[in-house]
Structures are given as C-alpha cells and as structure tokens.
Write a protein that binds this ligand. Structure first.
Ligand code: ATP
Ligand code: MG
Length: 1136
C-alpha cells in the first residue's frame, strides 16, 4: 500500500514559506536558518525552491533519493530540488507543457550546481537506450567544456560562471532527450586582460599550462610557468581543491564526447595560446616629428611566436598596433596609436578574440547536441544566470548594471507568470478573484530599457554621438532625462532631495531596483558599451591562415567592409534578453532561488546579514506575499480529506461520498470560520496559514491518539495473533503428540497382540499337535496293538501252523522216515530179493547157460554162428541208419556220412542217391507254378550254357525277372505296351551294336510268345518287330560277355533288315527265354543256340565276322566291341 506523506510531516520550521506565521523578514530568515542548521537546505515558497548552498556534499543526491522523488507529488515529500525537477519533467512529459527552470542567486549561491542537479535528475529518470544515453552524455559533458572556458575563480566562488547560460533541452513525446540548444549571455571578457585582486583568469589558461603535455606546449610555443604571462594573475593562480591538470584531461575528454574533432581542439588551444602571447606584447613610445608619440612593439619575440601560431604576417599585426585607419567620407586616413592606445587595442583584441572563441565554442557544442529529428519537441529550458550583484559603493559598473537589468526582467516575468498562474487557478477553481497588492517592477525595467529615454538607449545615443563623449557626459544626460523617475537617484539630479545625499558620489547614479538600491559608477560605461576593436586589427586577424581565427573575425574581410558601427554591448544584451524573455514567457516557469549562507565558502556558517541581503534583493518575502495574496494554502479535496479525515467522526476512517462534501463536513465539524476558506472546483483554498496550522495541530494530537489506538489495536492484534498462533501450534503439537502417543500405544498393543496371538496360536497349535500326536499315537498304538495282536495272532497261528506243520512234518518226516525206513526196508528187502533173484537168475542163467551150453553144445556148431552173425549185422545196420539221421533236407547239401563198413558201399551210395532224389522231390513239392517255371527256365539255361559259356555261373544266382522295364506299370512305356498285342515275356534294355564303329546304341528289347521287338529307348517307338519263326539261330561267345547275334532266316520277311548284333546284361535269360519259346512252340523249328568265339552276322548286304578275344586288363570290366575292318568286329572280353 502506498503511504501518503506530506511536506507537512516532520517539518523543521516550515517547509513552505507560504505557511510562515508571522510573515516578516526576520521570521523568514529564522526559518531558513533553522532549516539550514538541520541540513534542510531546500525550502519552498509555493512552487519556488529556495536553495541554500551547504558548501559540503550532503547525502541527498543519491540514486535512492532520485527514486524516492520520482513520480511523487511536489508537496508529498520534504522540499528538494529533485521535487521541482520531477514536477517540471512530468508536466513536460505528461501534459505537454514546455518548461523552464530559472535559477537565480548571487555568485557562489549554487546556481550552476543546481542546474547540474536538475539535469542529472532528468537524465536519471528519463528513458534509456544507446542513442538516448549518448545524447544525455553529450548534454552533460557540455558543462565541463563551458565551465573551463567561461568559469573562473573569483573572490566569491572558486568556480564562478562568468557568463549567463540558458540551455534548452529537447525531448520527444516519450520524454526521451533528443538534444539541446545553449545560449550564452555576456561573457565577462574584461577578465581576460585584468583580474581583480584575489581572483584569476578563466580556468582554461591554467588548465592548459598545467595539464598539457610538453609536446603540446612546445607546439603552442608556451611555457608551463604562469609567471611568464602578463594576463595571468599570480597571487591566486593555484586554487585549493582545484586540480587544473586533471581538469584539463576532463575537458579534453568532454570535448571528445561532445564531438570536437582533434584538429578543432588543437585550433581552440592555439587561440588560447595566442591570447596568452598577446598579453605579453608590450609597447614602447617612439617620438615622431609631429611631436606625438608613436607606439612600437617592445620585444618582438612574443609577437613573432603569436604570428607563427596563427599564420599572420608579423608586419601586418605590428602595423595594426601602431596605426589606425579611419575612414570618413570615403576617405581613408591613417593615424598613429600612442602606447596607451596600443595597449587598449591589444586588450580589446584579446578580449574580443576570447569572447568570440567562447561564442564559437557554444555554437560548436550546439551543432553537436542539436536534436536530429525535425518533429515537434518538448522543451525544458534551464537558465543559470547571474543574480543581482550589489557590490560595495563604486564597484558596480556597466556589467552589474546589465546583470541587474536582466534580473529585473526575470523578476518581472516571475511576477507576471506567478500572478497569471494564481489568477488562472482562481478562475479555474471558480474562486472570486481579489486584486492582489504587489510591487510591479515594470517601471524599473522601463527606466532601463525604454527605447526613447531608457538608460540603455541613452548610453547608445551617447556612444554614437559625434563629438567628445565621456562617461560624465553620459551621466549628465541621465541626470537630465531620468531626473523625474522615482527609481533613479543622482547627486546632480534636478531632484533636490539627493543634493545632500553623501552616500551618492558625483560620478555615480543609483537605481532603486525591486530588490534594493544599487549605486553604479559611470566610469567605463561608454567604453564597455562601445566595445571597440580597431578595424586594422580585425583585418589583420582575418589575414591569418588559421581558419578558426578567420572565422572569428568575419568583419575583417576587406570584401565586406561595413562602415556601420557594430551594435553596442548594451543593445546586444537588451536584444538577447528580449529574446530570452519571449522564450520564457511561452514556457511554464519553475524557480530555484539560490542563497549563499556565508562569504567564507565554508559549511555550517549562516551569516544572517548576508542571507538577509540576498533574501531582500531576491525579493523572497515579496514573493511569499504575492503567493499569499489570495489564499495562503490550497490543496485538492482528496488530499485534504485524506490528511485531516481523522479530525471528524463522520469522515473517519472512511468517507463514502464525494471528497468535496467530506471536506465540507470536516471543516464544519472542526468549526473553522467560513471566511478562512473557500471551496474551489477541485481544491480547498485556505486563507490563513494559522488555520492550516490549527488543523495540523489538531491532526497531530489526533494522530497521537490514533497512534495510541493503533498501537493498542496492533498490540492486541499482535498478542491475539501470537496467542492464536501459539494455540494453533499447541493444537498442532498436541495433535502430533497424540498421534505419536497413539501410534506408540498402537504399536505396543499391536506387538502385544501379535505376541498373544502367536502365543495363542502356538498354544492352539500345540494343543492340536498334542491332539494329533495323541490321535496319531492312538492310531499308532492301535496299529501297534493291532500289529502286535495280529503279530501275536499270526505268531500264534504261525506257531500253531508251525506246530501243525512241525507236527505234520514230523508226522510226514516220521511218516517219511517211517516210509523211508519202510521203503529202505522194502528196498533192502527187494534188493535182497532182487539180489537173491538176480543171483538166482544168474545162478539160473549160469545154470541155464550151463544147461543150454550143456544142452546145445551139441547143436552149437551147426546154428550158433548164423544167429550171432544176424544179431551183429542187425546191430551194425541199426547203428548205421541212426547215423544217417544227421543229414539235412536241403537239396544243396552235399554232405553224406562217410561209409562205415566196406560191405555197405553200394548201399551207401544208392542210399545217398535215393535220399537226395527224395529230398529233391520233397523240395520241389513245395514250389508254386511260377517258381516252377522259373526253375525250369534256369534248368534250361543250365542245359544250354553250363560249361559252354563263361558268363553262365554268374547268372545262376540271379533270378530271371523277365520284365526289367516294368513295362506294365511305367507310364513312359504305356504307348509301347499298348502297341504289344501279346503278353510281354521279357522287357530289357539292350545295346544294338553298330556295324560301322562297333559302338552300341540303347534299345528296348521286348519278347512275346510270337515275336521280339526292338524299340527306341527314349520314345518307345518300335524300330523292329520280328516274328520268332523268322529267327533262325542265336550266336553267343563262350566268354563272359553279353554279346549275342539274332540271325534271321534267309528269305524271311524280316531278313531284309539284316541280323541283329546286341549286347545285354541279361544275356543268359534272353537266350534261354528265346530258346524256350522256340522249344515250346509246336509249329516251329527249334532255335539254334550257337556258342562260339567267332561267328558271322549278316548286316543287310554284308556278312561280318564277330570275333571274341580275351582282352588285357586295360579293357576294364566290360567287353568292348571295335570295328577292325569292313568284315571284322572284334570284341575284347576282360580276362576272368
Ligand atoms: N547543493 C550543493 N551541495 C554542495 N555544494 C554546493 C551545492 N551548491 C553549491 N555548492 C558549492 O558551492 C560552490 C559554488 O556553487 P556554484 O558554482 O553553483 O555557484 P553559482 O551560483 O553558479 O555561482 P556563480 O554565479 O559565480 O557562477 C560550488 O563549487 C560548490 O562547492
Ligand atoms: Mg555558476
């Protein structure tokens, strides 16, 4: 929440002089002093700021202070120059009102510092950005440059501005600075040549000599020693706290920032050096024939160096110091200058040169800082101009007159604007306008500037007048013309009242300025107003090769000779003041009135008389009076209500209605007399400060009560809050603790429960276990008992059975034993009996034998042999036949027991044959018809080939398969098969031997009952079908090859194609089958099988002999046929 403060808070004295009670000079100064003692250097008179120079740095210009005053209302915080700067800047930015800040005060009062504070504040609060910062920097850096050339140490101020300065800072619509324009007023150029005691020349001279490098000084032909230069006063060349060398560096840096080129800086320094050199030129008189003295340059060295510096011909300048050309009525006349005139000319040149250089600098700075954009700008002007100067009697001269004139004008504009503002506010606020009594200084301004009889006009008139013109003639003129003027005083005035006024010397006149009376000495008025520079000198300067120099003296251009006198200084000043006033009138004025507290330039000293003097001539009390002429204090209703609402119960703490009604209620409730205030449209106007103070007093008292109340409530609230916090914490803590305790308890109960549970479960389990164990034991016991019982039973049974068995066994054993015994006895008896019988038999036999032998002894010889023989034969035969039993039933088995006895040889062989036939018959008996046919074929083969062809033995074990091609099943031969009309008895792959080369080509060989067929192996196409009756014979070799020739009957139908020479792996089978078919066919001749190693084959026309030879091992396993010649094919058969 923003805290509303007011200037009235914690006031030391009164922050706004408008509220001063009683208002008089003493109370005014007392208030200033009181505030000054408390480091409050700023005090308001309404919107005017009075600034006391503290002569020490106070911590009130910090960035924090800038922030504090930024965007705050003027009367919200204690008086400060920042408040004024902020107000001016905001109304410029937000209300589009051009502003001017008028800073006045006497020398050393802090005007320049104040102007810099204003500029730095504005720079701090306005926009930022690269371009804006550059502009700001250039504006701020113009100060050191101008201060170096335009400021000097004076008795009053170590950094006294010796020129008036007005700077327009231009802003865009956002309030960002765009640039600026500086105007300078009346540089105190007399200081270049002469400085009062205790003062010194412009800073730049000292800075250059102290700070420039040796090299630079050499180039400028200067010496570092100040004492070498006439124009530099020596007694205060070094100023305490001023470091000229460092300042020189600052100035050079500032010039660079502002935008001076290096060459420009050099030119400027050369002109500064030239001024110093000029001061050193001295003259000596040289008598002329006409009796007049003519001036001559004493020591030409400085003149020479100066001319070298500026590129001027030495003789030209030298002549300009000795002669003066006067032109009258188109005639040129040269008059000599005496020494005094030469010195006058020299000084005039030096002063002009320096002041023109200064003006050039201002123009050059303006060029750099001028706003680039051509759009309409908002302008804030800062006027740092010398305040009223009232020196001791006789010290006020033309300069003071001019300065005071300027201040008169400023006062006038102040009065005008303040009253106008006041009047406008009254009208705006609908308050009845009461005429304000105040002193209008227009009459004084008129005295000075009136075009007909104004002092300046008369001075000009005097200067231009032909004839002898002196300061005294000028004073006389004043005395006559201004005698009647109530603000003009002079001893020689026709006004007799001053005749006896000894404070008014004869050579002086006095003007009653609005700020007090000032006595001016007329001496030098005419000269200074004339500001004469001989044309010869300006022409000499124009002849310089130094471009800046030429620029500074344009009137020296002989092509532009202007016989008209240049405008006088007074005239120029009046014109520029007029322009300034016009400029200021268009702007909203803001005043800073600077006051210096003491003459010693030290802190903490407040000299009443000095301050009183300044307060008087600044017209500050007058200022307050004007301000208070109507109503002393005014405030918007909202602020007033906000500030004093606690004084009335109806408005405290909140007023719901319009603020104005609230203020009305408030003031009525506070019983403020109605004549003490007036209600404006937006503001309440309070006539008397005392009324305000009464309100303030009541407010303070009320605030104390409120503070106590607030304190009370706050303490109560704090304690209650604290208590509630404690309570809340306690509840939280208690809750947490309870939770913790419950948790603990729960944990304990839980663990106890678990223990108990486990115990109970254990106990239960044990019980069950015990029960189970008991049951198990019971069961086991029962089982055991049963087992035991059964065991017992069994054992008893066993025992019984055993006993029974034992008994039985015993019985049986006994029985057996008995039986045995009985049997043994019987056996023994039988044995005995048998033995006896045997013995009887033997004995009987022996006896019989004996008997027989005895009986048959007589017959024995006739029959015994034959019987023994028969018996023996019978036994041998029996043994022999039993021995034959070992022979197997296989017809292949050739084994036969060896013959036992020779007499059985024939029978043995016969028996073997009969047995073999019998077993063959038996074997055959098992055969099926097919097998039988096969064996018949095999038999036939054996009949044909056995022992005739070496191939035969290997074929015996091979069964005759017949259909090797599986012609019935194989789909490849389906067509061939269907072409066969009869059943195929044999189908095989053969090679048909080609007579031409003896090589074989594969053919399918098929044999049916009535013919044989040769077909193509691949296509199955029948190549030859030969009826078997056409086949005459078959020829084969004796060897193990498969070649055979099918020879056809000559004259038969098939014979035309010739015989076939073929080879086959199944030769034996093919030939046997052919032979068999031939044999079985009743209507046909038998096919001849011709077995020989050489036979003829009829190939179409020729008969070719096929010869079989035993080939060497080279020939491999199979037989190879080779054509030997046209009639011979040789077949090599591998050796067996
Ligand atoms: N606000 C301030 N705080 C601290 N010192 C100040 C202040 N104002 C002025 N001074 C001191 O006073 C001296 C003189 O101030 P300043 O140069 O501004 O005076 P002035 O009014 O411009 O004088 P002049 O008319 O001779 O130029 C400064 O050099 C500075 O030391
Ligand atoms: Mg100054």
């Amino acid at each position: 929440m923003e805290v509303k403060t007011s200037l009235l808070d914690n006031m030391i004295g009164v922050g706004d002089m408008v509220l001063l009670e009683p208002l008089n000079e003493d109370s005014f100064i007392m208030n200033l002093r009181n505030r000054f003692d408390h480091n409050e250097i700023y005090t308001y008179i309404g919107s005017v700021v009075i600034s006391m120079n503290p002569y020490r740095s106070l911590p009130i210009y910090t960035p924090q202070k800038v922030e504090e005053y930024r965007n705050r209302n003027f009367y919200e915080l204690s008086p400060h120059i920042y408040a004024l700067a902020d107000e001016a800047y905001r109304s410029l930015r937000d209300q589009d009102k051009d502003q001017c800040i008028l800073i006045t005060g006497e020398s050393g009062a802090g005007k320049t510092e104040a102007s810099k504070l204003v500029m730095s504040y504005v720079a701090a609060v306005c926009g930022k950005g690269q371009e804006v910062n550059k502009v700001k920097e250039q504006l701020l850096q113009s100060n050191p440059v101008l201060e170096a050339f335009g400021n000097a140490k004076t008795m009053r101020n170590d950094n006294s501005s010796r020129f008036g300065k007005y700077m327009d800072i231009e802003f865009d619509f956002k309030g960002d600075p765009l640039g600026g324009v500086i105007s300078n007023y009346l540089l105190e150029k007399s200081r270049v040549c002469k400085q009062p005691r205790g003062e010194r020349n412009f800073h730049i001279f000292y800075q250059l000599l102290s700070g420039a490098s040796d090299d630079t000084l050499m180039k400028l032909k200067l010496d570092r020693d100040f004492s070498k230069y006439n124009y530099l006063s020596l007694d205060s060349a070094n100023v305490n706290g001023l470091d000229d060398a460092a300042s020189f560096r600052t100035v050079r840096n500032a010039m660079q920032i502002v935008g001076f080129m290096e060459a420009e800086v050099q030119s400027v320094l050369e002109l500064v050096a030239a001024v110093l050199k000029l001061g050193n030129i001295e003259f000596k008189p040289e008598s002329r024939v006409n009796g007049f003295d003519e001036s001559r340059v004493k020591d030409k060295n400085d003149l020479k160096e100066m001319c070298e510096l500026l590129g001027i011909e030495q003789s030209v300048l030298e002549r300009a110091f000795s002669y003066r050309t006067v032109e009258a009525k188109m005639e040129k006349m040269s008059t000599t200058l005496n020494v005094a005139q030469a010195y006058y000319a020299r000084d005039a040149l030096a002063k002009n040169l320096y002041s023109r250089l200064f003006s050039w600098l201002v123009t050059r700075i303006n060029e750099s800082i001028k706003a680039q954009a051509k759009t309409r700008h908002k302008v804030m002007g800062v006027l740092d101009i010398y305040g009223f100067e009232i020196f001791e009697v006789r010290d006020n001269s033309f300069e003071q007159f001019i300065i005071n004139y300027c201040n008169e004008k400023l006062q006038q504009i102040f009065i005008e604007l303040t009253l106008r503002e006041e009047q406008e506010e009254y009208i705006r606020e609908d308050i009845e306008w009461t005429n304000i009594e105040y002193f209008n200084n227009a009459v004084i301004c008129d005295l000075i500037e009136n075009n007909q009889n104004g002092i300046l006009a008369m001075l000009d008139e005097e200067c231009l007048r032909p004839g002898t013109v002196t300061d005294d003639t000028f004073l006389d003129k004043l005395n006559t013309i201004c005698a009647e003027h109530q603000h003009f005083e002079s001893r020689l005035n026709k006004n007799s009242k001053f005749l006896t006024d000894h404070s008014l010397p004869h050579s002086c006149f006095r003007i009653q300025h609005y700020a007090g009376k000032v006595l001016y000495r007329v001496e030098g008025f005419v000269d200074k107003n004339n500001d004469l520079l001989y044309r010869d000198l300006s022409q000499a300067m124009y002849k310089a090769t130094h471009s800046l120099m030429r620029q500074l003296f344009p009137e020296g251009n002989p092509a532009k000779v202007n016989l008209k006198r240049p405008p006088t200084a007074g005239f120029q000043f009046k014109a520029s003041v007029g322009v300034l006033m016009k400029n200021l009138q268009t702007k909203n004025p803001n005043y800073i009135r600077c006051i210096k507290p003491n003459d010693k330039k030290v802190a903490h000293i407040f000299t009443d008389s000095l301050v009183c003097h300044q307060v008087r001539y600044l017209g500050l009390v007058e200022n307050v009076r004007v301000r208070r002429a109507g109503y002393a204090f005014r405030q918007p209703y909202e602020s007033c209500l906000e500030r004093y609402k606690m004084l009335c119960k109806k408005t405290w703490p909140h007023w719901r209605g319009p603020a104005r009604d609230g203020v009305e209620v408030l003031l009525t409730d506070c019983s403020v007399p109605t004549e003490e205030f007036a209600y404006g449209r937006s503001k309440i106007f309070i006539r008397n400060p005392r009324t305000l103070f009464t309100l303030e007093e009541r407010r303070r008292a009320c605030l104390e009560d409120l503070a106590t109340l607030i304190q009370k409530i706050y303490r109560g609230w704090k304690s209650r809050t604290h208590f509630l916090l404690l309570k809340k914490s306690q509840v939280v803590v208690a809750a947490w603790y309870r939770r913790y305790a419950q948790q603990n308890k729960y944990q304990k109960i839980k663990s106890a429960t678990l223990v108990m549970q486990s115990f109970i479960r254990g106990w239960k389990a044990r019980n069950i276990l015990r029960q189970l164990k008991y049951e198990k034991r019971c069961k086991e016991a029962v089982t055991t008992i049963a087992a035991y019982w059964h065991g017992t039973q069994a054992r008893m049974e066993l025992r019984r059975l055993k006993t029974e068995a034992r008994n039985k066994r015993a019985v049986s054993v006994i029985w057996a034993y008995w039986q045995g015994t009985k049997a043994r006895r019987e056996l023994r008896r039988l044995k005995e009996e048998a033995r006896r019988k045997h013995a009887v038999a033997i004995i009987w036999a022996y006896w019989l034998g004996l008997q027989v032998r005895r009986e048959y002894r007589k017959f024995f010889r006739a029959n015994a042999g034959k019987k023994i023989y028969d018996f023996t034969i019978q036994r041998i035969m029996q043994k022999y036949f039993l021995g034959l039993k070992t022979t197997t039933m296989s017809p292949m088995d050739n084994s036969w027991p060896a013959k036992p006895y020779g007499f059985l040889e024939g029978a043995h062989t016969q028996l073997r044959r009969i047995f073999h036939l019998w077993r063959c018959k038996k074997y055959r008996g098992q055969f099926t018809e097919e097998k039988k046919a096969v064996y018949e074929e095999k038999l036939e083969a054996s009949e044909i080939f056995k022992d005739k062809k070496a191939l035969y033995p290997s074929s015996v074990s091979q069964p005759f398969k017949g259909d090797y091609l599986e012609i019935q099943k194989n789909p490849k031969y389906q067509k061939l098969n269907s072409a066969m009309e009869e059943k195929v008895l044999l189908a095989d792959l053969v090679n048909k031997i080609n007579r031409a080369n003896g090589k074989g080509s594969p053919r399918l060989f098929l044999l049916t009952k009535s013919n044989f067929v040769l077909a193509d192996q691949k296509t199955g196409q029948v190549k030859a079908s030969v009826p078997l009756p056409d086949l005459a014979s078959v020829s084969v070799s004796t060897q193990s090859d498969g070649f055979f020739a099918l020879k056809l009957k000559e004259g038969s139908a098939s014979a035309s194609k010739g015989d076939f020479l073929l080879s086959s792996e199944h030769l034996i089978e093919i030939i046997t089958k052919l032979h068999r078919i031939g044999t079985t066919a009743a209507d046909r001749d038998q096919i001849n099988i011709d077995i020989s190693d050489e036979f003829l084959v009829q190939f179409k026309q020729d008969k070719v002999c096929v010869k079989f030879i035993q080939g060497g091992p080279k020939n491999g396993n199979s037989a190879a046929c080779k054509r030997k010649n046209n009639r011979l094919l040789e077949v090599s058969v591998p050796s067996p």
